[in-house]
Design a protein around this ligand. Structure first.
Ligand code: NI
Length: 134
């Protein structure tokens, strides 16, 4: 098995907040990320696909095809959006890095046959990142 990866990028705004909690509790749990008027992150995404090398092409998966899938499913969907207000999946759950990584995985997995293993790595800041592989 061998893993190929493609990097992508999007900017988006969010806040982490539970309306059923007081402002004090939200601030205590979510810190600056609970700021009422939202704030932005420069998200860096790494999409990794593990599979066998196709003996005909020498590829695990066509990178050009992977680039197009990430552009249409993730960048066009999330870039320059307010994740809380614009993205229906986040109307009732917090757009934490964890939940964004799960959303990205769920939007991409349908493109790959079962023999592939998909892993999402999402950097919310240069030092904070999450990994999700289903
Ligand atoms: Ni934040």
């Amino acid at each position: 098995m061998i893993t190929i990866s493609r990097k992508a990028h999007f900017n988006a705004a969010h806040k982490l907040y539970r309306p059923d909690w007081t402002d004090e509790k939200n601030k205590q749990i979510f810190g600056k990320c609970s700021n009422q008027n939202f704030h932005g992150h420069n998200y860096e995404l790494i999409v990794s696909l593990t599979g066998q090398v196709d003996p005909e092409t020498g590829y695990v998966f066509d990178m050009g095809e992977l680039k197009k899938i990430i552009k249409s499913e993730i960048e066009d969907y999330l870039d320059h959006k307010n994740l809380n207000l614009d993205i229906k999946e986040f109307s009732s759950i917090n757009p934490s890095a964890e939940n964004i990584a799960i959303l990205i995985y769920n939007r991409l997995i349908k493109y790959f046959e079962k023999s592939y293993k998909l892993k999402i790595t999402l950097y919310e800041t240069p030092r904070n990142f999450v990994e999700y592989s289903g």
